[in-house]
Write a protein that binds this ligand. Sequence first.
Ligand SMILES: Cc1cc2nc3c(=O)[nH]c(=O)nc-3n(C[C@H](O)[C@H](O)[C@H](O)COP(=O)(O)O)c2cc1C
Length: 192
Amino acid sequence: MKVLLVNGSPHRAGNTFQTLQIIRDCLYQHGIESRLFQLGSGRIRGCIGCNGCKTSFRCVYEDDCCNALIEAMAEADGIIIGSPVYFAGANGALCAILDRVFYAAAEHGRLFAHKPAAAVVNCYRAGATAALDRLNKYFTFSEMPIVSSNYWNMIVDPNPDRVDRDTYGQEILHTLAANMSFLLHQIGKQQE
Ligand SMILES: Cc1cc2nc3c(=O)[nH]c(=O)nc-3n(C[C@H](O)[C@H](O)[C@H](O)COP(=O)(O)O)c2cc1C
């Protein structure tokens, strides 16, 4: 069983990355492997609503990582998307690519249906729940069960590269990883 961890930050080793590493380590302890997908800081296009994906099930634009992300998500058993909070929402570049990924996936049929999913966000001070709400909508649109923790999935810290200071946030991530593992194992048992 493999979980895809998507770092939606342009910072490849920033706070969102560190947050996903915490989740990755917890998942590993629960017997779940993971793969990291980095969005990076390259140019990312937004959806132009051309409906080209209706026939090819891919995005018409091949010059960024959209189609690679569709394939990685299709292969994964579970998905966790991490984003920094930008202006009290999810990172714009991440939303731009997720619009295309989930639109193309919907045209493909129920490509991501029944894959457990969760969003996690990093912020300096505020806007985390609005960002989580935006990201969770991709999952509910796609028939994906949202994995919860026992509080909101966020790490709050005013210091760059110091996610370790938010100890409560880390506990929330541990519970999230445990719940993702539980759900994946239950689904695995049903499929045996
Ligand atoms: C353009 C921009 C907008 C931001 N807006 C917010 C915000 O609304 N609320 C907040 O708490 N932090 C905000 N931040 C801070 C980031 O969310 C925070 O530093 C985050 O941990 C960065 O994660 P990263 O290192 O993975 O990129 C913003 C940062 C940038 C660059």
